[in-house]
Design a protein around this ligand. Structure first.
Ligand SMILES: Cc1cc2nc3c(=O)[nH]c(=O)nc-3n(C[C@H](O)[C@H](O)[C@H](O)COP(=O)(O)O)c2cc1C
Length: 227
């Protein structure tokens, strides 16, 4: 199968989505479309470079970044040319879900969904904000209570991206983790954060479920059973 995988800027389910796409790539060709926020967030979690192992760059195995995709997203026209058999959006941010249910198609991923619907290509979406509360992984950050502001800061000196000052610049951080073991006070960490799901996001996911041509999945692993 020729599968399109859309990645939006959610930390939640990001690693799980990557693992599932890696498994699928053993049997299928995968083209990856990445939103602007998705590109940043993938980098923060150390996953952006790893995507190259999934979509090699060959025809129908490319990676398309929204930051390089123009305003009219010409590559999404491939859906209308029936080049793809299925579209997966995982993880799908609450932002992207909200746009899809309102018919907005002004970003790479929402446009991909619109073109998939117009070409009657099956769409599978894994929203991150479904109901209740959730635990989401944090990118690396400095615990201000543990940081002693040492004159010589080994993590800062070792960071290949020069992303560390009195905080970590997440737009530079690539999540490589080199810094973690170098702080003598263990002040650099990842960890999880608890998030309450907003009512509006719950309603939007319900609206998404009722849309023709769209299948809502609860977890990225379900993709392996439907494709
Ligand atoms: C580290 C990080 C993690 C994020 N995780 C989520 C998330 O789990 N769910 C979500 O809806 N937005 C999350 N966001 C916010 C989105 O990236 C932001 O709303 C963005 O505008 C979404 O754009 P997109 O839908 O085009 O990808 C996160 C942002 C950052 C910096």
């Amino acid at each position: 199968m020729n599968i399109v995988w859309g990645v939006t800027g959610a930390g939640h389910f990001l690693k799980e989505s990557y693992e599932v796409s890696k498994t699928l790539a053993q049997k299928h060709q995968i083209t990856t479309f990445v939103s602007r926020a998705g590109e940043e967030v993938l980098r923060m979690y150390g996953l952006l470079d790893k995507l190259a192992g999934i979509s090699s760059g060959e025809y129908l195995e490319e990676i398309f970044l929204e930051s390089e995709a123009g305003k009219s997203f010409p590559k999404t026209g491939r859906f209308l040319m029936r080049r793809y058999d299925a579209l997966v959006i995982s993880p799908a941010t609450s932002n992207t879900v909200a746009k899809i249910v309102h018919g907005v198609a002004d970003s790479l991923i929402t446009n991909v969904v619109a073109q998939a619907n117009k070409s009657e290509t099956p769409v599978y979406i894994v929203p991150v904000d479904i109901s209740g509360e959730t635990e989401s992984p944090l990118p690396y950050h400095i615990d201000r209570e543990l940081c002693k502001k040492c004159d010589v800061c080994p993590p800062k000196d070792a960071c290949p991206e020069h992303a560390i000052s009195d905080q970590i610049d997440l737009l530079k951080c690539t999540g490589c983790g080199v810094c973690i073991d170098l702080c003598p006070y263990d002040a650099i960490m990842g960890g999880d954060v608890r998030i309450k799901i907003r009512d509006v996001d719950i309603r939007n996911v319900e609206a998404l479920r009722s849309m023709n041509g769209i299948n809502v999945l609860e977890h990225p692993s379900e993709i392996l059973t439907v494709l």
